[in-house]
Design a protein around this ligand. Structure first.
Ligand code: GLC
Length: 800
């Protein structure tokens, strides 16, 4: 055999000397003598895209991640040619390109500080076996630099000193440090010298990130195919990096229905119908709020998607309707594998229309999942997605299912070593035909996208709700997500906390874990602690595999039931606050959970904190992650914080021991905050909200708070049918002034605000509302410290 050593062993190759450049509007092309082309596109003053072609020709420019709604435009763009470099200058960034080797240096345009610098920079290896290249990039790590992001990695929040892989993988009972797991989000944030930047490596092949693991001063990322194609996003605020990454890859396409922020109860599986009803009735009987109930795979006929098991569920439509009358929205699971069965219409339709994925040499991709041998739709084809969307008509329009849960969409295949499709499977990739090597990481995303479009169409004029397990960057536009098959262990409680924070940093806020753990069974104590954390995750669902006992709020005895009820009630009280946080996420890309480093990056103490986080922008939470804990140490970020349970004021910027009986978890409110609260309901919409409570936490100084309202469903909010209130608080030694500014045309059902004052350091002597003095009789100020005022006030002035 003759081995072509030249092809197989070219080793690393590098761009050579740049000889010339061209500029086309917002894009520069730099040409090297060895045929490399570097494309630099200025998206915004702080967002630059870098792309490299190794032999003069770029691939078709196509991405599932980047949204068509991305914001573009800059205030300044200049290029200067110097002896050794080209210097591209925007209002925010200086991008220097070395003429000799095409290496990039990025500097802050205002201060000239170094932000990011190529080490070896771009290089590549030819891939003889598959064609194309293994594309690589290495950058210098700067002293004291920390790294965050990458989606769902079950690892310490700070990624420094570690290496990761992005390859969407079904990971039953994964462990701390298992890598990779369900999601591929090739986006990270670097932070050094108080400044943060982000890098989004938009390449769907199997990719790797090394944060100073292999070599101390070097951070690198590479992929097994495709192009070196990355976006550099400069902050310097980390929260802006996240918002700009979310702008690139998309915010959720619409607000979620408000009920989806309520509590969800799930199990594999509740059946038959009588069991399901027993569960829902128990929630109402015990007065534990709940909005959603789930049907796992056993509702289907032999696990065939879009069918019903008529023995377990003889009258699905009637059942779903009666559950809905009791406030329960029924959510059904749909997996990608379609059972090979000539008697099954979904299978026949797909076969006749050639919708299934094929192996390289022609046969259909065949793999075993729950129904046995299956074929799998190629969701990277728009035709297939459209067909798939249409399949939801009956489930949604006729039966009345309110949400769909997409699972096993990595795609998971059972009883094969790599747990998924072989590499050679072909995909359409929307006109960019390719193998599974390239399509694997986006397969689940495209399935969720197709499901989303079905739901959007058939739930109209209501809003759709989808949940997915697998995801690539951008999936947040279509769906919520959960963190897959975790385990009922204390370690997994830690993991759930880190994952939800990390997903929020990675643009995917609408996420949560299987509360209590999917595999195995929690103790009552663990379940209670997990609920306490879970009510602070945007997606809040109990789920378990069910083969290890029950996992409903009442399954662990009365003490635990009471604790669980208390915290789920708190979740329902905080719904307007959570909904407002969602609005900011959906509108501006602001993450709904903020790790402490995201909250205060200038405080170096926050860089390695994992447990504490900010829920929305005003509530500091710290879960209890150990058994028998009567207390724990936690870090309070700078500023002052009120203990939610007793209003005690704590000065932040330090670590303190806090007490935490089992029915308490550490919750602190930022001083100056105004927190909107609903009364407790058993489900969203159970009662007309006649009054909105505003919990006001006194501060000597200024603070802004927000309250967003809309109809809680439907699309009127897109046409001004919303109400956004900004409360500006100014506190002084003997007075507090709150000014309200409102935009939007939605008229809320409630007429009044019930303001509850916390921490006021003076006795009230006078209250003025829009310059008129209020009579004390109407204001129960010195009783329970509340006052009721018209919601349309402009200025409330409280004097001591
Ligand atoms: C997978 C899912 C899990 C589900 C089960 C059965 O393991 O992750 O949530 O209950 O399949 O459908």
């Amino acid at each position: 055999m003759i081995t072509n050593t030249e092809l197989e062993q070219k080793g690393n190759q590098f761009p050579a000397q740049i000889t010339r450049y061209e500029k086309k509007v917002d894009t520069f092309f730099f040409y090297t003598i060895n045929n490399v082309v570097l494309q630099v596109t200025i998206f915004r003053d702080n967002v630059i895209r870098f792309r490299y072609a190794t032999d003069g020709v770029f691939e078709n420019d196509f991405s599932y991640a980047i949204t068509k709604n991305v914001t573009k435009g800059y205030n300044k763009l200049e290029i200067e040619e110097k002896d050794e470099i080209y210097s591209i200058v925007t209002e925010r960034i200086i991008c220097e390109i070395n003429k000799v080797d095409a290496k990039i240096t990025l500097l802050d345009a205002k201060t000239n500080e170094l932000i990011n610098k190529d080490e070896l920079g771009f290089h590549w290896e030819e891939n003889y076996h598959y064609g194309g290249n293994i594309v690589k990039m290495s950058k210098n790590t700067i002293k004291g630099e920390s790294y965050y992001g990458l989606g769902d990695k079950p690892e310490h929040l700070n990624l420094k000193g570690k290496r990761f892989q992005n390859w969407v993988t079904d990971s039953y009972a994964y462990e701390k440090n298992t890598d990779p797991i369900y999601k591929a989000i090739p986006f990270y944030i670097g932070l050094h010298n108080e400044k943060a930047y982000g890098i989004f490596f938009d390449n769907s092949f199997r990719s790797y990130f090394d944060f100073a693991y292999e070599r101390k001063g070097v951070t690198s990322f590479w992929a097994q195919g495709g192009e070196m194609n990355y976006y550099f996003i400069y902050g310097p605020e980390m929260s802006d990096v996240v918002a700009d990454y979310t702008d690139l890859t998309g915010k959720p396409n619409q607000m979620p229905p408000l009920w989806t922020l309520g509590f969800h109860q799930c199990k594999w599986s509740y059946y038959p119908e009588s069991k399901l009803r027993e569960i829902t009735s128990k929630f109402r009987e015990l007065q534990i709020p709940c909005d959603a109930i789930y049907l796992d795979i056993d509702y289907m006929d032999g696990f065939r998607c879009f069918t019903w098991n008529n023995t377990y569920f003889p009258h699905p439509k009637k059942m779903v309707k009666e559950l809905a009358d009791d406030g329960f929205k029924t959510i059904a699971i749909i997996d990608p594998g379609i059972k090979i069965d000539r008697e099954y219409n979904v299978f026949n339709e797909a076969l006749e229309n050639d919708y299934f994925c094929k192996r390289a040499d022609g046969p259909y991709m065949k793999g075993k999942v729950w129904p046995g041998e299956c074929h799998f739709p190629d969701f990277t084809s728009s035709k297939v997605r459209e067909w798939w969307s249409g399949l939801f008509k009956e489930l949604i329009e006729d039966i009345g299912i309110k949400g769909v849960w997409n699972d096993m969409n990595e795609p998971a295949v059972m009883e094969v070593p790599n747990k998924t499709f072989p590499d050679d499977v072909r995909h359409e990739y929307d006109g960019n035909y390719c193998s599974h090597r390239k399509a694997h990481n986006v397969y689940g995303m495209q399935m969720a996208r197709a499901t989303y479009h079905g739901l959007k169409k058939f739930t109209y004029p209501k809003r759709p709700f989808v949940i997915t397990r697998a995801a690539y960057s951008g999936t947040q536009r279509y769906t919520s997500t959960w963190t897959g098959d975790n385990v009922a262990s204390w370690e997994h409680l830690w993991i759930a906390n880190v994952q939800a924070q990390r997903l929020a940093i990675s643009g995917f806020s609408f996420a949560g874990s299987d509360i209590g753990g999917f595999a195995e069974q929690p103790t009552g104590e663990l379940f209670a602690r997990w609920i306490q954390l879970g009510i602070f995750h945007p997606f809040c669902r109990v789920h378990s595999s069910g083969d290890h006992g029950d996992q409903e709020p009442w399954a662990f005895g009365e003490e635990i039931t009471n604790i669980v009820r208390k915290f789920i009630q708190l979740r329902y009280q905080l719904l307007p606050y959570l909904y407002t946080a969602f609005y900011k996420y959906q509108n501006k890309g602001n993450p709904m959970l903020k790790s402490l480093v995201l909250f205060d990056q200038k405080d170096i103490q926050t860089h390695y904190r994992t447990d504490e986080f900010i829920f929305g922008d005003k509530i500091l939470v710290c879960p209890i992650l150990e058994p028998n804990a009567q207390g724990r140490r936690m870090y309070f970020p700078r500023g002052n914080w009120y203990n939610f349970w007793n209003d005690e004021l704590i000065e932040g910027g330090k670590e303190l021991y806090v007490e935490t009986r089992l029915d308490i978890m550490p919750i602190y409110i930022k001083e100056g905050a105004i927190i909107p609260k609903f009364p407790v309901q058993q489900y969203v919409g159970e009662i007309e909200i006649e009054q909105m409570q505003l919990d006001l936490y006194y501060k000597c100084g200024k603070e802004k708070s927000f309250l967003y309202d809309d109809a809680g469903d439907g699309y009127d909010y897109k046409k001004e049918g919303f109400s956004l209130r900004t409360f500006s608080l100014v506190g002084k030694e003997k007075e507090v002034i709150i000014q309200q500014y409102k935009t939007g045309k939605y008229i809320t059902g409630y007429k009044d605000f019930k303001i509850k004052l916390h921490g006021l350091p003076f006795e009230i002597s006078k209250i003025q509302l829009d310059n008129e003095e209020m009579k004390f009789e109407t204001v129960k100020v010195n009783g329970d410290n509340t006052l009721i005022i018209d919601k349309n006030f402009t200025e409330l002035h409280i004097t001591g």
